[in-house]
Design a protein around this ligand. Structure first.
Ligand code: TXA
Ligand code: MG
Length: 325
């Protein structure tokens, strides 16, 4: 199989929506990263997602919906969840809630909860509307590799395993959504940090929000399988450093800001002046470029432990990229 790249014309969108409705796979842009989408209520279609990604069946999928009304058909909502939806949807907030029976077990890895979000990307929204079905979509990368933020990244990773990629240009946010467990509405827990911070969520709910830090323990792994330590990883060994040494022939350095002086092989940067949104947007592209640059090792300049949601999300991804297993 060789994936076809589609430009987002009205007729292409109509055709891809029909592919999805009929149980086919389509990689689609969202505001966070590209997702590999399938009809969420069609177990066979969802099984094909796991196969294409090489993803273990115990790692459940996020289901994408148009809005709250559609989400309530799939999960038992509580007032806290509705409040967050009114503030943050459509957008990069995924809610984990008790599932309703119509959601197939393959989507939730047999568990009693389902993860839901309404994407803000206009093309994802348009496809959801045209397809008229909820779309299960994990990030469109081979399991544990770096998530894709362009259609070309998707093609590089999955191009021989999926039929269709919708090209919506680079993703504006660049890191995956915040995943929030709300199965106990008065004990909300962030399972994966993202663009919407625990602090912002706490402010809306007026309750304490905890963050599940590591998945080292078996219990935590079952709770949020995607929190596996090694994730989002380049193939070249990667180390975080407060003050990286200059790049050498073998060792590449990824700086937070564009360094002064001449650009040369092995020197990469995540932003012009250190703006967090820009660092997040460029993170996975730059990791990929450094990964294929023929280096023996990659050093990444560490973000200072500043407050702020995006910094937490970026640090989380970098730590996982550096994890050895
Ligand atoms: O921004 C995003 O969330 C992107 C775009 C495509 O929407 N999707 C994404 O999906 O990152 P994925 O599958 O790569 O990550 C989903 C995360 C995983 O860590 C998974 O374990 C967790 O959500 N998850 C899914 N369902 C869950 C559930 N019922 N309970 C706990 N965690 C769940
Ligand atoms: Mg993923």
């Amino acid at each position: 199989m060789k994936a076809r790249l589609h430009r987002p014309t009205p007729s292409a969108l109509r055709r891809l929506a029909a592919v999805l409705r009929d149980g086919g796979l389509v990689a689609i842009p969202t505001e966070t990263v590209y997702g590999l989408a399938a009809h969420a209520l069609d177990p066979k279609a969802c099984r094909a997602i796991f196969q294409a990604k090489g993803r273990p069946a115990h790692d459940p999928l996020i289901v994408h919906v148009l809005d709250l009304a559609h989400a309530e058909e799939l999960a038992e909502f509580n007032e806290a969840a509705r409040k967050l939806v009114r503030t943050f949807w459509p957008g990069p907030l995924t809610l984990v809630l008790p599932k309703k029976t119509c959601v197939p077990g393959i989507v939730t890895s047999g568990g009693p909860t389902v993860a839901l979000r309404a994407p803000a990307h206009p093309l994802a929204h348009r496809l959801l509307k045209l397809a008229g079905v909820p779309l299960a979509a994990p990030s469109a990368n081979p399991f544990t590799y770096i998530s894709p933020t362009t259609a070309e990244h998707v093609r590089q990773g999955l191009g021989s395993r999926i039929p269709h990629i919708l090209d919506g240009g680079p993703c504006p946010i660049g890191v995956e959504s915040t995943v929030l467990d709300l199965t106990r509405p008065n004990r909300p827990r962030v399972l994966r940090p993202g663009a919407i911070s625990a602090e912002e969520i706490a402010r809306v709910l007026n309750t304490k929000v905890t963050t599940v830090r590591r998945a080292g323990k078996k219990g935590a792994r079952l709770l949020a399988p995607g929190l596996l330590d090694k994730h989002y990883s380049p193939r070249t060994p990667l180390t975080l450093s407060n003050a990286p040494a200059p790049a050498t022939r073998d060792i590449a350095v990824i700086w937070l800001r564009r360094p002064s002086g001449k650009a040369s092989a092995g020197i990469y940067w995540l932003s012009q002046r250190g703006a967090l949104a820009e660092i997040a947007r460029n993170l996975y592209r730059v990791l990929r470029e450094a990964d294929v640059g023929g280096h023996r090792r990659i050093l990444v300049e560490k973000l200072p432990p500043t407050a702020g949601g995006l910094a937490t999300a970026i640090n989380d991804r970098l730590k996982r990229a550096a994890a050895k297993r």
